[in-house]
Design a protein around this ligand. Structure first.
Ligand SMILES: C[S@@+](CC[C@H](N)C(=O)[O-])C[C@H]1O[C@@H](n2cnc3c(N)ncnc32)[C@H](O)[C@@H]1O
Length: 186
């Protein structure tokens, strides 16, 4: 298995906030009936070390998991650039944990993705919390640092209604679950 890439702060991928984020994501996804279906497919884009798959299985959710990443860390993960590529095949839900901060033209990318999947979960350390100053953002290499309202507007502009939102326990990260009309049904 390849190690984490030097970029995207993946050296911290085993840290507690990242584990908390995956746990909250799995809890939110469990509220979508489609995740109880073994014939449905979830795309974890920018999946890193696939910790979301472990969190889904720990909750007994049978949805099929497919990991995609610009820098795959395992052979099961498909090399994929969200900024330029379309998802291969049909997926019922897509997840972006710790990814939108690195995307150029993020609103366009999210809108394109929303045309391919009826439900989308995104996380972000929102600017409202004031957790990061400009120096830290430069160090992290973030291209986007959005407020909660900007995240929700981006999902709305992509045609997704915010069906649920949740903070991680340390309240740094907010997760937004957006669904298209009919996107919550099994
Ligand atoms: C901060 S890490 C988060 C990893 C994982 N989602 C997690 O929560 O542990 C960001 C991940 O997004 C991937 N990534 C960054 N830009 C990407 C792109 N344009 N397309 C696909 N993956 C990308 C990176 O390689 C990295 O694995």
């Amino acid at each position: 298995m390849a190690g984490p890439p030097p970029r995207f702060n993946c050296g911290e991928q085993s840290a507690e906030p990242w584990l908390q984020r995956a746990a909250v994501a799995a809890d939110l996804l469990a509220s979508l009936p489609v995740t109880a279906r073994a014939d449905a497919v979830l795309a974890d884009i920018g999946c890193g070390d696939q910790k979301l798959e472990r969190a889904l299985r720990a909750r007994g959710l049978p949805i099929r998991y497919r990991g995609y990443d610009l820098h795959p860390q395992a052979s099961a993960v498909q090399r994929f650039d969200l900024a330029t590529q379309e998802l291969p095949g049909r997926h019922d839900v897509a997840v972006l944990l710790g990814v939108i901060e690195y995307l150029p033209a993020v609103a366009d990318v999210v809108a394109r993705l929303a045309r391919q999947v009826p439900a989308l979960l995104v996380s972000h350390v929102v600017r409202d919390g004031g957790h990061y100053d400009a120096a830290r953002l430069r160090e992290l290499g973030w291209q986007n640092h959005l407020t909660s309202a900007e995240c929700e507007a981006m999902l709305a502009d992509a045609g997704l209604r915010v069906f649920a939102r949740r903070h991680t326990a340390d309240r740094r990260t907010v997760l937004f679950l957006g669904v298209a009309d009919g996107g919550t049904s099994a």
